[in-house]
Write a protein that binds this ligand. Structure first.
Ligand code: AMP
Ligand code: GLY
Length: 420
């Protein structure tokens, strides 16, 4: 069996390491990959967004399966193009990936099918949006670009002047291009946040173990949002009782809604939830595995991932029993100096072994490249250090202990993952 992984971040590295544990012993190739992934899989210089290049690579390499992990190629229809060429692919079609690619689509879906989420209005005219915010006069208020925006399309405005700046930069200056030509204005809600990834085959939904993502760059949950500075699993707020409510009121209704809309969702559906005083509500959907959620969820998976992928594609998810480790996992991200703003690349990383790992922990490479046998930084998020242990506290201790051995110029990380 030969599998092509599309993407090149920490999430893809975690998926590849899990696939390597499969009893089918698949050969894994990856495009574009990164320095650490190159130690686990043969990498090809094809961009994750190059759909025709990826289809060509899949056919040339005669792969049995393509796993499309990142949001952009899913939103652009990579799975549809692969299937049109009779290549088996894991991931939602372009129509189903709209659940992430358009916040307006997602919000309207939730409204139509009674799935709990924050109140909202949609605007394609900046003046009308501003008048609405003025008339409501409730701050903070949440302003979201409709389309994909590198995870930066959500602005929480604390005042009318912040709202004015946000709306003009999204809709007039178009800082995220056409993604901001429509916006959603949403009620600000509060409560602990939970990430739940779920396998879906269009009909059946099987949630994975829960996790918690620490999105802000600095300790104490302050500073700008990032792609995620660390994660823990399980999420301490996500009790069995809440899980049951989510299953009944959110997960099953979402999968049924997508099928009823003629867009059955097959792949991994990510539920970004907020546990409010009125019960769990959906903050966002993603049409893919989360990053760095995958880095704490995959290490806890006991069932063969290849069997699950096949069950998803063949719509037989109801026939498979998915088992999880009862313990815990924690991941701390090591980032380049300046991230999520401007940062330099090409710093030498010290403290990794020849295969890019370190004893006692799993090192997932997010933004590294291999040059003359050395690992260099190549992106904002560089490494994810994951440890597993019976409890989250122990996992964190092990992960932080190892971080002391790894270094590069400008390296920064949060020291309070899992603690606030
Ligand atoms: P997203 O990119 O949609 O995950 O949003 C980024 C972050 O913004 C979320 O993790 C929340 O912390 C926050 N957020 C999004 N929507 C709301 C909302 N309606 N009320 C309060 N916070 C929100
Ligand atoms: N960690 C958040 C995401 O993957 O979107």
């Amino acid at each position: 069996m030969k599998i092509l992984m599309v993407g090149g971040g920490g999430r893809e590295h975690a998926l590849i390491k899990k696939l390597k544990e499969s009893r089918y012993a698949p050969e894994i190739i990856c495009a574009p990959g990164n320095g650490g992934i190159a130690c686990d899989a043969r990498c090809f210089d094809v961009s994750a967004e190059d759909i025709s290049g990826m289809v060509k690579l899949a056919k040339r390499e005669n792969v049995d399966l393509v796993f499309v992990a990142p949001d952009n190629p899913l939103a652009d229809g990579m799975v549809d193009e692969l299937e049109a060429e009779s290549v088996r692919a894991f991931g939602p079609t372009k129509a189903a990936a709209q659940i992430e690619a358009s916040k307006v689509f997602a919000k309207n879906l939730m409204k139509k099918y009674g799935i709990p989420t924050a109140e909202y209005e949609v605007f394609d005219n900046p003046q009308a949006a501003l008048e609405y915010i003025k008339s409501k006069n409730e701050f903070p208020t949440v302003i979201k670009a409709d389309g994909l925006a590198f995870g930066k399309g959500v602005i929480i405005a604390q005042s009318m002047s912040e709202a004015e700046t946000a709306i003009s930069s999204l809709m007039e200056d178009k800082i995220f291009g056409e993604s901001g030509s429509r916006i959603v204005i949403e009620q600000y809600i509060t409560g602990p946040e939970v990430s739940v990834l779920a396998f879906c085959d269009g009909k059946t939904v099987k949630p994975m173990v829960s996790s918690m993502d620490f999105k802000r760059v600095f300790d104490g949950n302050i500073g700008p949002n990032t792609g995620g500075m660390g994660t823990i699993s399980p999420n301490p707020y996500y009790t069995n009782e809440i899980a049951e409510i989510c299953m009944e009121k959110i997960f099953v209704p979402t999968v049924k809604a997508m099928a009823a809309e003629g867009r059955p969702f097959k792949g991994c559906l990510y539920f970004g939830l907020m546990l409010t005083n009125d019960g769990p509500k959906v903050i966002e959907y993603n049409s893919r595995f989360g990053d760095p959620e995958t880095q704490v969820v995959m290490p806890r998976l006991k069932t063969d991932l290849v069997d699950i992928i096949n069950a998803v594609i063949d719509e037989k998810l109801d026939e498979i029993d998915i088992k999880w480790d009862n313990g815990a996992a924690a991941c701390v991200v090591l980032a380049s100096g300046g991230y999520p703003g401007k940062f330099e690349k090409g710093m030498i990383i010290k403290g990794l072994d020849k295969s890019g790992g370190a004893e006692g922990v799993t090192v997932y490479h997010a933004g590294t490249k291999l040059s003359d046998g050395r690992f260099l930084t190549s992106s904002g998020r560089v490494l994810g250090i994951t440890a597993t242990a019976p409890t989250v506290e122990e996992a964190l201790e092990i992960a932080y202990d190892h971080i002391g051995k790894i270094s590069f110029n400008g390296m920064h990380f949060r020291t309070d993952i899992g603690k606030c």
